[in-house]
Design a binder for this molecule. Structure first.
Ligand SMILES: [Ca+2]
Length: 191
């Protein structure tokens, strides 16, 4: 193997290993439980661990609304300012027929903070998932504000429409620096 090709190959392996390690979320695949996640938004329903029927592996977070208006689970993470990040996850809206306008559905959102504990908001980013059948993966890119020190990552179900009975599952969530989400091998080209 020519030396030049060997160097490229090694660099690619390093990039691949790095990409797999960069997801900053703990327990992103909900393998056994909802450990590391905090439930928010009060008592409009419940978020529970679903052992079976996951996306790439068993275990997902099951959102069951019983009243208006939102359900969410979140994690607070340290971030660097003015840095490109990627966020999202896989979603299954179970048999839902969603009205237009985004009043019902699920999304991922970020709330940047200028302190280290997610209590001094300085900006937001949101990725709302369209009405789809089956498991679908959604990922978006954004840039942290120049004064950001932490971010609150949320998977959030919206349930503003009667009878407030939407169910959805979330799995394989991701938040990390640009490049966290692996690219297809075919997109990697050497001269
Ligand atoms: Ca899983």
């Amino acid at each position: 193997m020519p030396i030049r090709h060997a160097v490229v190959f090694v660099l690619f392996l390093l990039c691949a290993a790095s990409a797999q390690a960069q997801n900053l979320l703990a327990n992103p695949g909900f393998d056994a439980d909802l450990a590391s996640w905090s439930e928010g938004e009060g008592s409009q329903g419940s978020v529970n661990h679903e052992a079976a029927d996951g996306d790439s592996a068993n275990g997902s977070a099951q959102f069951d609304a019983t009243a208006c208006c939102t359900l969410s689970i979140s994690q607070c993470l340290p971030v660097d300012p003015s840095t490109d990040y990627e966020f999202g996850g896989s979603v299954r809206l179970a048999g839902a027929t969603l009205p237009a306008g985004g009043d019902e559905g699920l999304g991922f959102d970020l709330q940047w903070s200028s302190d280290a504990t997610c209590t001094a908001p300085v900006g937001t980013a949101a990725l709302n998932v369209p009405n789809t059948e089956g498991w679908v993966r959604h990922v978006a890119a954004t840039t942290s504000p120049g004064n950001a020190q932490s971010v609150l990552f949320r998977a959030r179900q919206f349930n503003f429409v009667e009878p407030h009975s939407l169910s959805a599952r979330v799995d394989d969530v991701v938040f990390g620096p640009a490049g966290t989400v692996p690219v297809e091998l075919q997109q990697f080209s050497v001269e």
